[in-house]
Design a protein around this ligand. Structure first.
Ligand SMILES: [Zn+2]
Length: 101
């Protein structure tokens, strides 16, 4: 479409995010980076999922795995994952020290 030519990738990402937020039927909270079993609040289907995207504060989206259910979820960290959010960066700093030898 010609009208999309001037749009930037950032605009497109923002639009996708906005559409997903509007579509969201339920917000499910789970520990970051851990595989957990959740239950769809719409149809009761149990399913396993994991959120491992960065940054942790950014929500993930997915639809219900039940083909007969069109529920759409937003996944958020519930803050109970192990370790502080900056654990990775401090570990990388330690590795950088070794690589200087
Ligand atoms: Zn469902």
């Amino acid at each position: 479409m010609v009208s999309d030519a001037g749009r930037t990738a950032a605009d497109a990402r923002h639009e996708t995010r906005r559409r997903r937020e509007q579509r969201t039927d339920a917000v499910l909270k789970l520990p970051f980076g851990e595989r957990v079993t959740l239950e769809c609040p719409e149809c009761g289907q149990a399913f396993e999922t994991i959120i491992a995207s960065e940054p942790r504060t950014s929500p993930s989206f997915d639809s219900c795995p039940n083909w007969n259910c069109d529920a759409f979820f937003k996944f958020r960290s519930d803050g109970t994952e192990s370790g502080p959010a900056d654990a990775v960066s401090s570990r990388q700093a330690g590795l950088a020290q070794f690589s200087d030898d």
